[in-house]
Design a binder for this molecule. Structure first.
Ligand SMILES: *Cc1c(COP(=O)(O)O)cnc(C)c1O
Length: 343
């Protein structure tokens, strides 16, 4: 099977398994796990923030951030197809008691003027705007890079109104690798960041949130309340350190593979690439072959290639560490054969 469903399917590298085996550990709820401390210090340094916190998943990191920034009854502004809105089980409503308010986006980028207009004035009828969330790279927009200038403009609006900004940077390292702009420069445009170690960076488990020392102190308590305080967790933080040390620069390889996929599949009659391929995702529309996404994916599965549905007639292919150049060529050939049989 060639598995292009997501970059979450990567298995830990042998260096990661070795690091886990050898990790120096302690009880992290007592703040005594040296490996976790090293991971958090390294992440904070890379992002240019005071402090960082290792959390179990991207969803947990985002929700801890919402809980830490907001009060019940607040309103959160976020892009209408953001992961925080679409794919986190309405956790911000369920846990933080806040109301999400969506803003339209173009390839994941919200118009700063729409944000300015959506910020609530003081009025007894209104919720207070408690947080603005941005996402980079933007998953639903096919791994689109939200431009740094857009983030800057949003941060300017936010600061004028004293509203914090959180970055869902699950794939921030992909944005950095593709744009040549450091993760720190992106992180400079927000108050807090969440990024995933377990996606393109290849670690088996975990995410990191980063922000001011005060924010991280409060976030640590929310993590504990949510049952995310773990003990000898250096075992899983050690692969995360390998991810930060060894796996960030190679993301450009995944991006090259995605561009090659888009080029190869884009040349197949009946298939269309949706949007631009900027990082490690390729969206393919199969509608002109008279197929639904599910039908086409079933045929791909018979040819030992896995991908995910992403719309009624759209499929998503994600490149990652466990797929090599030869496999990319095989995928193009097999998709070509399927399309030919359907024409
Ligand atoms: C994957 C993802 C998350 C959530 O991460 P999990 O570790 O799967 O909970 C959050 N935001 C974005 C943009 C993602 O792609």
């Amino acid at each position: 099977m060639i598995d292009l469903r997501s970059d979450t399917v990567t298995k830990p590298t042998s260096a990661m398994r070795q690091a886990a085996f050898e990790a120096e550990v302690g009880d992290d709820v007592y703040g005594e796990d040296p490996t976790v401390q090293r991971l958090e210090a390294k992440a904070a340094e890379m992002l240019g923030k005071d402090a960082a916190l290792f959390v179990t998943s991207g969803t947990q990191g985002n929700q801890i951030s919402v809980l830490t920034h907001c009060q019940p009854g607040n309103e959160v502004l976020l892009e209408e197809s953001s992961h925080l809105f679409l794919y986190e089980g309405a956790s911000m409503s369920a846990f933080a008691g806040v109301q999400p308010r969506t803003i339209p986006g173009v390839r994941g980028a919200m118009n700063p003027e729409d944000i300015r207009a959506a910020i609530r004035p003081e009025d007894v009828h209104f919720p207070e705007t408690g947080l603005i969330c941005v996402e980079n790279t933007h998953n639903k927009a096919g791994g689109a890079i939200v431009p740094l200038e857009n983030m800057q403009a949003i941060y300017d609006v936010a600061r004028t109104h004293n509203i914090p900004v959180h970055l869902d940077g699950a794939r921030l390292f992909n944005a950095a690798a593709a744009s040549g702009i450091s993760v720190k420069r992106y992180a400079d445009q927000v108050d807090t960041v969440q990024f995933c170690l377990s996606k393109g960076l290849g670690a088996p488990v975990g995410s990191v949130i980063a922000g001011s020392a005060e924010f991280i102190t409060k976030a640590r308590k929310w993590r504990k309340r949510l049952g995310g305080g773990l003990r000898q967790v250096g075992i899983i933080a050690a692969p995360g350190l390998v991810a930060l040390n060894d796996m960030t620069d190679r993301l450009t390889v995944d991006h090259t593979h995605a561009r090659r996929l888009a080029e190869g599949i884009g040349n197949i009659q009946g298939l269309e690439i949706e949007g631009k391929v900027e990082t490690n995702m390729v969206l393919v529309n199969v509608g002109r072959l008279g197929q639904t996404a599910e039908e086409f994916l079933e045929r791909m599965k018979e040819a030992d290639v896995l991908a995910n549905p992403f719309g009624p007639q759209t499929i998503r292919l994600v490149t990652h560490y466990d797929v090599n150049e030869q496999e990319i060529e095989k995928v193009i050939e097999r998709v070509n054969d399927i399309a030919a049989s359907l024409r």
